[in-house]
Each structure stands twice: as structure tokens, then as C-alpha cells.
Design a protein around this ligand. Structure first.
Ligand code: PHE
Length: 341
């Protein structure tokens, strides 16, 4: 075959070329234009062409090379597009991962507490964070000179007889419930509360509570104890124990501080429970008859119990969180740890 014929054969071959992916295009490029490629070889042979034929062959050869380069570029582009198309259309590929947030430990704990009490027939009731003196203190049997009514402990919004303030506990929601509902009343009141305290690892001026109230005929202290024991076992594990220590609140009589057996050392004594084997989890007591009366409930027919706990504290005990401030800093490294909780 003379040079001319070979060029024509190659031209025909180039027109027919097809490739389905980028690596096939690369193979083609090597076959024609690589160091030992058929077109490259023709250029080698061109050196031996007679001088008078050089012009004519030179032109044809250059055309051949250009055609091959153009064709290869076109194939490359096609293969690229084809590949992109398959990416878009391949429904078997795993989905794009985009991170979603996790629920805050306070929300998780709040939900768990409410869930436990809902199993005992309690319903959830919420109320205003900005309250008046009556609902936070007056109706709850706080004497006028009680220190909680002092600027040192409470954030006041306005002064005067029934001054406006930020609630210091969600007992105010219970007052609203007693004023508007008829017994039996069985409610849990979650919410944000505010106290004028310096911020430290153990105290914050904003925190969260769940308080509970049960009013009916013949409600006794034994009912209170049993309900709290149920809660402690659900929250901290089946072998959790509770103990009640005598305490005082203006709105309950008798009153108690409730401890749960330390879930870290199982009551043996460790640095979390400071060697005592017990951790304080809430305040509780029988609703003072004065409170029932102030809220319009007949205290000769009805009795009830109330309890209140800090959500931050329960979460601290559950996950051994050492510093209250972590709840409010929104540090992703802290929050991420609750992704699977
Ligand atoms: N209201 C109390 C507090 O904020 C908690 C409590 C509620 C105590 C009900 C006894 C009974 O600390």
C-alpha cells in the first residue's frame, strides 16, 4: 500500500471511531497519535518522501493529524457528558449526605420526663414565663416578707401591688390550673424559669423545670412516694431507690427533698454523689390546704401532692454533665454527643 492509500484508509477509520468512556478515548489517542501511533509513524516515513512530493503529502498528512485530533477531542467531550449523565441518572447511587442537627439534651430529658408521667395519666400544661406576683408567690402561700420575693432572687419587670416578674418556678402554671380546672387534676408543667443568680458550673439564671400536681379525693403521701419511685425507676433504671428527707416549701405541708440512689456507684459512694450514695433530684410535698383554698378548691374534700425538678439537674445525673453552662453554649462538640440519645 502506498502512502496515499494508507492515509485514506486511516481517514476512513478515524471517521468511524466510537468510544463509550474516557479510557477508551485515551486508547484511541495512543493508537493513532501516541509515540508509536499509526499517524506518528507516517510522519516518520514522510522524511523519506521525494522532495517534489513533500508539499502534497505534507498537506494531506497534516490534514489527517488535524482530523484525528478533532475527532478524539469530540469523543472525549462526549464521553465526559455521558459520564455526567450517568451520575445524574443512576438511582442506585447512595444519597448525598447532609448533616442534620441533634436534639438538645434538655429537650431529650424534658421529653423523657413528660413521657414517664404521661404513662401515669398526667397531661402536659404550659403557661406564661412572664407572670404576676399572685401566681408565682401569693397563691402559693409565700408570706410577704419571703426572701424569694426579694430583688436578689427574682427578676422583676414592674413594681407595685401585683407586680410583674419572670416566674421563678412553674408552680405558677399549677396555680392557673387549679383556678380554672375542677379536680381530679393530674398535670405536669414543663418550662423555662428565671432566678437572679450568678452564673457558675452549678447555677444559672435561666433553667428548666418540670413540676407536677395531682389533686383528687383521698390523695395521700404514700401516693406521692409511689409515683416518684415509679419515675425514678423509669428514669434511672429498675434498681433505683429513693429516699425522702423532711424539708420546707411555703406551698406544701409536709414537704420533702427527694434523693435517688447514685446511678454511678449504685449507692456505694463515689465523687459524683460525694461519697453519700444519694443524689438530690426534686422537691415535693402535699399541697398546703391554704394553697387549695387560695385557688378555689375545697380543701375539706380534696387533697393533693406536688413535685418539682430541674431538667438540667436530671440530665446532668443521667449523662454526668459537670457544668451547667455547657447547656447554653451551643458548642457543637458537646451537642453532637447526644446524636444517638
Ligand atoms: N417549686 C419548687 C421549686 O421551684 C419545687 C417544688 C414543687 C417543691 C412542688 C415542692 C413541691 O423549687
Amino acid at each position: 500500500m502506498d502512502l496515499k492509500e494508507r492515509i485514506e484508509t486511516l481517514l476512513a477509520q478515524i471517521d468511524e471511531l466510537k468510544a463509550s468512556c474516557a479510557s477508551e478515548v485515551e486508547e484511541i489517542r495512543i493508537r493513532f497519535l501516541g509515540k508509536k501511533g499509526s499517524i506518528t509513524q507516517l510522519f516518520e516515513e514522510f522524511k523519506t518522501v521525494l522532495p517534489e512530493q513533500k508539499r502534497e503529502f505534507g498537506q494531506v498528512l497534516n490534514q489527517l493529524k488535524n482530523r484525528a485530533t478533532e475527532k478524539i477531542n469530540a469523543l472525549k467531550e462526549e464521553a465526559g457528558e455521558e459520564q455526567q449523565k450517568t451520575v445524574v441518572e443512576d438511582h442506585t447511587l447512595p444519597g448525598d449526605f447532609f448533616p442534620i442537627g441533634s436534639r438538645h439534651p434538655i429537650s431529650l430529658t424534658r421529653a423523657e420526663i413528660l413521657q414517664i408521667f404521661s404513662r401515669l395519666g398526667y397531661s402536659v400544661l404550659e403557661g406564661p414565663e412572664i407572670e404576676d406576683d399572685w401566681h408565682v408567690f401569693g397563691a402559693l402561700n409565700f408570706p410577704p416578707e419571703h426572701p424569694a420575693r426579694d430583688m436578689q432572687d427574682t427578676f422583676f419587670v414592674s413594681s407595685g401591688e401585683n407586680r410583674v416578674l419572670l416566674r421563678t418556678h412553674t408552680s405558677s402554671v399549677q396555680v392557673r390550673a387549679m383556678e380554672s380546672m375542677k379536680p381530679p387534676i393530674r398535670i405536669v408543667c414543663p418550662g423555662r424559669v428565671f432566678r437572679n443568680e450568678a452564673i457558675s458550673a452549678r447555677a444559672h439564671c435561666i433553667f428548666h423545670q418540670v413540676e407536677g400536681l395531682y389533686i383528687d379525693k383521698g390523695v395521700s403521701f404514700a401516693d406521692l412516694k409511689q409515683s416518684i419511685l415509679f419515675f425514678a425507676r423509669e428514669m434511672f433504671g429498675e434498681d433505683a431507690k429513693i429516699r425522702l428527707r423532711p424539708s420546707f416549701f411555703p406551698f406544701t405541708e409536709p414537704s420533702a427533698e427527694v434523693d435517688v440512689s447514685c446511678n454511678i456507684c449504685k449507692g456505694k459512694g463515689c465523687n459524683v454523689c460525694k461519697g453519700t450514695g444519694w443524689l438530690e433530684i426534686m422537691g415535693a410535698g402535699m399541697v398546703d390546704p391554704n394553697v387549695l383554698e387560695a385557688c378555689g378548691i375545697d380543701n375539706t374534700t380534696y387533697s393533693g401532692f406536688a413535685f418539682g425538678m430541674g431538667i438540667e439537674r436530671i440530665a446532668m445525673l443521667k449523662w454526668q454533665i459537670k457544668d451547667l453552662r455547657l447547656y447554653f453554649e451551643n458548642d457543637i462538640r458537646f451537642l453532637k454527643q447526644f446524636e444517638t440519645a
